[in-house]
Design a protein around this ligand. Sequence first.
Ligand SMILES: [Zn+2]
Length: 426
Amino acid sequence: MTRHTPRLLAAAVIVGLVGLAASLLVAQGGQRSGGGAGLGQPVPIVLKAARVIDGRGRMLENVLVTVQGSKITAIGPRVSDLPPVTYDLGDATLMPGMIDVHVHIDWHFAPDGKYGTNRPGQVRETPEQSAAAIQKNLDVTLQAGFTTIQTLGARGDKALRDEIAAGTRTGPRIVSSIGQLQIGANSTPDQLREQVRTYKTNGADVIKTFASGSIRDGGKMSVKQEQLDAVCGEAKAQGLRALVHAHDPESIMAAVKAGCSEVEHGVFANDEAIKAMKDANVYFDPNIGLVLQNYIENKDRFLGNGNYTEAGFAFMETAVPTLGPIFAKALAAGLRMPMGTDAVAGAHGQNARESIARVAAGQKPMDAINGTTSLAAESLRLGDIIGRLVPGYEADIIAVSGNPLNDITKLRSVIFVMKGGRVYKE
Ligand SMILES: [Zn+2]
């Protein structure tokens, strides 16, 4: 869906053809926001809903949100010189566009419905089929209210990221590792540092690496400390964050010791590992609500590809009931936990299940929303641009029906999506 709404088109026409009237209208909006709006600037868009959640723990009522161009220009009560409301969303809640800090946006099921195309006799999909499936993932994610994703990551993410940023493709804003740095058994620290620099040269926003095996292989530490030290140390030296896949306590603690920015998964995190993360103040992104559940729900579509074996599924099925309690422990310890799902094939667009699972595991709804907005933005080092509804921030704004503080499942009832001031769902 790449379109301007009729209203935006109309606004553009007004600015272009009836400059005087438009500039008067703009000047009124500008006055309210204190900004210096002038001739040729876009007409403000005014959003009205029963309540506003700002992404940092505040709920406001009886306020309007004004957007001009790509930015939020004002949030406040109605004043007499404000232009008419553009979108009246009724009994909905406006909030910042949601952010998922861990997805694999390219993962999809092949045309035969299966994940992967390396089974005996399986037909390869065409590049066109693959591209269409990835675009569908982008579309369902944006339509679900996720205006930013961190994808960890594939080489093709780079083109997606850049085309979306340029406005030639529809989708959430993308931050990407543009691949995954695999630490080989014999990789030397120097080789690993070189690999980090290559990722940076190739345009990676973040480094993604692995300190443990997959959950389907038991999740045991699979690298040496000095190897992790090299990856995380060089990432830091290059000004990049390093996100480390780590399941068992040993690998989590090694990642923390190496100076990583964020630990991913942590399915077997114990008290000691949680304390290590807290002491080092690293972000922890446990994926408790979507990824393993989605694998299990789609078992027949994954089975038969790589480590998607009966034994692999047994590991995942055993892990699911432990996830909520681990999250609750990490919450009690005060860890900073931006919301990430590890969304793979079948899971895209269902990202908010993670925030819902967090509330089910004991987090307050407002804190779960913060974790999906401002805290997630902060973890991406984008905390002064997105993740909050504040004047000056990018106009990434969604509306959910009803009040998600009373019913967190409303995060899945997204009725309006704006990204950078442009409406994608109404
Ligand atoms: Zn992942």
